[in-house]
Write a protein that binds this ligand. Structure first.
Ligand code: FAD
Ligand code: ZN
Length: 471
């Protein structure tokens, strides 16, 4: 039976693209090395028709499929389980840019395109594809859409969901749905595209997407502000919206401890104001007039903020290299945190107005529960999304901390998120890491409708089973 399926898969995609032996770690282990599965085979189709043939063969054999793009997901949702009975379907060979339509401001690309190659393809046509995240050198458009990825420009351009006007999907029956027409208006019934976006491979396999493009700004400037409190950071955000309007394309917050880890582990990077300020805020202003206009606006914003006492000090990058340096500090936080030792990560969102109270209360609860605990708090304040991470006390045993305290820490943080009407997964998704937490915080009605959708589209539960919602 298994041998017959392997033969069918070889016939569908060519023998060289069905991997069953050798080192399959790159597909079987997740990015953070938290889980290691075992695939029946890694199958690498090169076209939509081949994806459909693979799905039909697996469906006929009753074998489940785990779709995978760049395998950078952070919730253990894109690797096979340990059964050795799942097919790992990698989209990484489907990398064509099918078309760019300048008048429609769209481009159509295949799901396996690495994000880092999509941005220059848009740039080559004089346009901007604004999705940007630290994994962009490895993650794929298919994975970005399957997880509805966020990143650093959401405050202006939205999540992956808002950047997609069409999809091509292979459904659980192995049929191809061509929904690629880049329409900005289409009210002919349920919006299937939105259903597949964020479904983490549980409803269908995304094979191509039509993406929204934007005019390129004339200038993008970056500023770093030293801010005395989270409440002030939220006021500063309000002021930045008011002063910069649509020019506000990024607003990131970084706690002093998070920044001190960058200074400690990457001393070659200069971290502005790290000694003196409880918070750093990174602001990006994209301007369609000119650099001088952007600079003038920025200076107006920062002067007003200093006058109001929201900001104690600030610097505007003089050139692109300086701007990259500032962003590099922000992007190095996860690495510096890992170098400091094992830690417990959270990806949460709370209504922006309630973030200061959330942090104050939750910080205090954690400090009381685990004396000496260290908070690596940073993230996309413009979207109300914090990476509210928890590090073992200094000189403590980090592994023991993880083993003994993870459940307790998660319960404290997630209960607080729930109390503040937030989400326990803002941008990374559910995968298998959070699938059993969802029933604690999501309403029974919502979960029951999610199950109904899953069973309607994938009645045999063959697509990424056990992820997002249990059947
Ligand atoms: P994978 O990891 O391969 O898959 C992720 C999920 O999508 C899995 O459930 C998989 O089954 C499914 N999937 C993949 N491709 C398809 C497809 N074609 N059709 C159907 N289902 C599919 N995320 C953010 O949102 N914002 C960030 O700022 C951010 N920063 C990150 C920084 C680093 C250093 C890392 C490692 C990750 C970061 N992430 C971030 C998480 C991750 O990069 C994103 O979720 C990314 O979108 C995943 O893309 P991928 O191609 O690697 O998907
Ligand atoms: Zn993030």
């Amino acid at each position: 039976m298994t041998a017959a399926l392997i033969e069918q898969l070889r016939a569908a995609v060519g023998p060289a693209q069905v991997l069953t032996e050798g080192d399959l770690t790159a597909w079987e282990q997740d990015w953070r090395k938290r889980v290691r599965g075992k695939a029946l085979a890694v199958v690498r189709p090169g076209s939509t028709a081949e994806v459909a043939a693979v799905v039909r063969a697996c469906a006929a054999a009753g074998v489940s499929i785990v779709p995978q793009g760049g395998n950078t997901g952070l919730v253990c949702g894109g690797v096979p389980d340990e059964s050795g009975r799942q097919v790992l379907l990698s989209l990484q060979r489907m990398t064509a840019v099918r078309s760019v339509d300048r008048e429609n401001l769209t481009m159509t690309v295949e799901a396996g395109c690495i994000l880092h190659t999509v941005q220059p393809a848009a740039d080559g046509a004089g346009l901007l594809f604004p999705l940007s995240l630290a994994a962009e050198g490895s993650c794929t458009i298919g994975g970005n859409l399957a997880t509805n990825a966020g990143g650093t420009q959401v405050v202006r351009y939205g999540n992956a969901r808002e950047l997609c006007l069409g999809l091509e999907v292979v459904n659980a029956q192995g049929e191809v749905w061509d929904g690629l027409a880049g329409l900005r208006k289409d009210n002919t019934g349920y919006d299937l595209r939105q259903l597949f976006i964020g479904s983490e491979g549980t409803l269908g396999i995304i094979t191509a997407a039509t993406l929204k493009l934007y005019p390129r700004p004339a200038a993008a400037l970056t500023a770093w502000a030293a801010v005395p409190s989270m409440a002030n950071a939220v006021y500063l955000l309000e002021l930045a919206h008011e002063r910069l309007g649509a020019g506000l394309t990024g607003f990131e917050v970084m706690g002093q401890f998070a920044l001190s880890l960058v200074a400690r582990h990457h001393p070659q990077l200069r971290v502005p104001f790290v000694q003196d300020s409880p918070w750093g805020v990174l602001i990006e202003n994209s301007d369609h007039e000119s650099e001088a206009h952007a600079r003038g606006q920025f200076e107006g914003l920062l002067e007003a903020a200093i006058e109001m006492g929201l900001v104690t000090d600030a610097v505007v990058a003089e050139n692109l290299a300086q701007a990259h340096q500032l962003w590099h500090v922000r992007e190095t936080i996860p690495l510096a945190q890992a170098e400091e030792g094992l830690n417990i990560k959270h990806d949460i969102s709370v209504p922006i107005s309630r973030i200061p109270a959330f942090c104050e209360e939750t910080d205090a609860l954690l400090a009381a529960a685990i004396p000496g605990v260290r908070l690596v708090n940073f993230g996309h304040l413009g979207d109300g999304n914090l990476h509210y991470n928890v590090q073992a006390p200094e000189h403590g045993d980090a592994l023991a901390f993880l083993n003994e305290k993870e459940e307790q820490v998660n319960a404290i943080v997630h209960d607080q998120v729930h109390k503040f009407d937030g989400s326990i997964s803002a941008e990374h998704g559910v995968g298998s890491l959070k699938v059993d937490k969802l029933p604690l915080y999501k309403s029974a009605v919502a979960l029951s409708m999610m199950r109904s959708l899953k069973l309607a589209l994938d009645p045999k539960n063959l697509l990424n089973p056990g992820r997002v919602v249990r059947i």
